[in-house]
Design a binder for this molecule. Structure first.
Ligand code: FAD
Length: 426
């Protein structure tokens, strides 16, 4: 793994290796930032410019979102789109074209990038935006680091009056009710649902729907940046047993559902607890034990979402492999050829590695494929080539562009080779 502190150093590294892949903070769940040679970006993290009047930030791509937040929040700005962790780099977030709980209204991060500087595998620096090199710009957002190294980006920020979120949780007793809340709250800035995948029969798809808004200044209870009591705790080592057993999860789900269902009014949360609950628990992944876990995230078109989600939940039930976490969101339109989003519902499921889990995921793949869905590349560690090529109809366009920008196929990850993203296999 090699890191760099200047554009020249980055160019030298690219020039000296015949195969490599950029890596930010490694928060993607699979092998998209793994390969023989890794160009590590977090050392390249200078702030270039903040326009506090217009809310425009320019910084180097290795800057993490939590570093960005610590600078922009005091000026009254927030990220226009944020994933569920702030421990990712700006470059990694653009390369995955990450989405947040507001995708139905605000799209993915790429929509808010004004321009970016890309170091191509041939050593040229290209400025890319909606107007300059627009095809490259679109493809780099969500391009998984395969078209070049993002050096820096300029993004437009969202104005913020306080560091609090006014949120409400509504219980839904089945899948139809849960999905109907996304429709009835389409104007809410943030919407997301937690699903209890262990429910069957008439309670299949039971869950908790949450919607939230940034508090206006007069609604905020206090003004400090980090509310007290937000200090993180840490899992010190890999647990020798699976701390989260199916029976334990079942009990937890039931308790969680009923406790949250009793809260009928609005609650005020900090930005940290609303957007980044796992960031408070360092090494949370160790809770899954030595064998770890896989996250499986797919999106289905709106027209097939209901039947697809029902089938997926039934498969999970009949395989007896409960995911330990299931998060449902509604997405709007995507942009780039490899961007994940398409209008419809996305479900992210955390499965501990256990015998049979790969057969279950193969069965889920078949449902997703048949119903016109796709799997999120940032969460993928195992999908087969055909899932990519059927799920992402613009992948061919991406590969054509890659041939032009990277004729020697210098940028490749374990994932891109597994999926045939380096040259069109069909
Ligand atoms: C707890 C948790 C919650 C999450 N929630 C969400 C969510 O809500 N929504 C969502 O969309 N994602 C979510 N993610 C996924 C995460 O946001 C993405 O995987 C993100 O890309 C990780 O950024 P990173 O800096 O860790 O990049 P890495 O994981 O290191 O790399 C990701 C990809 O970006 C490429 N890359 C990295 N830096 C550059 C660069 N400078 N130039 C070009 N390519 C580069 C890599 O080659 C790789 O293909 C979550 C992840 C975690 C762990």
């Amino acid at each position: 793994m090699r890191s760099f502190r200047s554009q020249e150093e980055a160019r030298d590294i690219l020039g000296q290796t015949d195969r490599c892949i950029p890596r930010g903070l490694g928060r993607s769940y699979g092998d998209c930032s793994l390969g023989e040679n890794i160009i590590s970006t977090p050392g390249f993290r200078r702030f270039i410019h903040l326009d506090p009047a217009k809310g425009i930030l320019e910084c180097e791509a290795g800057t993490s979102l939590d570093q960005i937040l610590s600078v922009i929040i005091p000026h009254g700005w927030f990220l226009p789109v944020t994933p569920g962790t702030s421990r990712v780099t700006l470059g990694g977030a653009i390369a995955s074209d990450v989405h947040g709980k507001n995708h139905h209204l605000h799209g993915a991060l790429g929509r808010h990038v004004l321009d970016l500087r890309l170091l191509t595998p041939q050593g040229h620096v290209l400025v890319c935006s909606k107007n300059e090199n627009p095809a490259i710009f679109q493809a780099v957002c969500g391009g998984m680091g395969l078209l070049g190294l993002i050096l820096s980006a300029r993004i437009s920020l969202m104005p913020l009056e306080s560091v609090f979120i006014r949120q409400k949780t509504i219980p839904a007793y089945d899948l139809d009710e849960l999905m109907s809340f996304f429709d009835s709250h389409h104007q809410s800035t943030y919407t997301v649902a937690w699903m209890d995948c262990l429910q069957r029969g008439r309670h299949l798809g039971r869950g908790l729907f949450m919607h939230g808004e940034h508090c206006r200044s007069h609604e905020a209870p206090q003004s400090q940046l980090i509310p007290p009591g937000c200090k993180g705790i840490s899992i010190p080592f890999t647990l020798p047993f699976r701390a989260l057993t199916p029976a334990g999860i079942k009990a937890f789900n039931s308790l969680y559902f009923h406790r949250k269902s009793r809260r009928t009014g609005y609650e005020i949360s900090s930005i940290e607890s609303f957007f980044y609950p796992l960031d408070a628990l360092a090494n949370w992944n160790l809770l899954y034990g030595k064998k770890g876990f896989l996250q499986y995230q797919f999106v289905l078109p709106r027209s097939t979402s209901r039947s697809g989600l029902q089938k997926i939940l039934q498969h999970i039930n009949s395989f007896g492999q409960p995911p330990y976490l299931a998060v449902l969101k509604l997405l709007g339109k995507g942009q780039g050829p490899l961007s994940f989003a398409q209008p419809g519902y996305t479900l992210a499921l955390d499965f501990p590695i256990r015998p049979g889990v790969f057969s279950l995921l193969n069965a889920l793949d078949r449902v997703v494929q048949k119903l016109g869905g796709r799997i999120y590349l940032a969460k993928d560690a195992r999908m087969k080539k055909h899932m990519l090529w059927e799920g992402y109809p613009r992948a061919k366009e991406f590969v054509e562009l890659k041939k032009r920008l990277d004729p020697e196929n210098k940028l490749s990850s374990l994932q891109s080779r597994r999926l045939g993203l380096c040259q069109n296999p069909y």
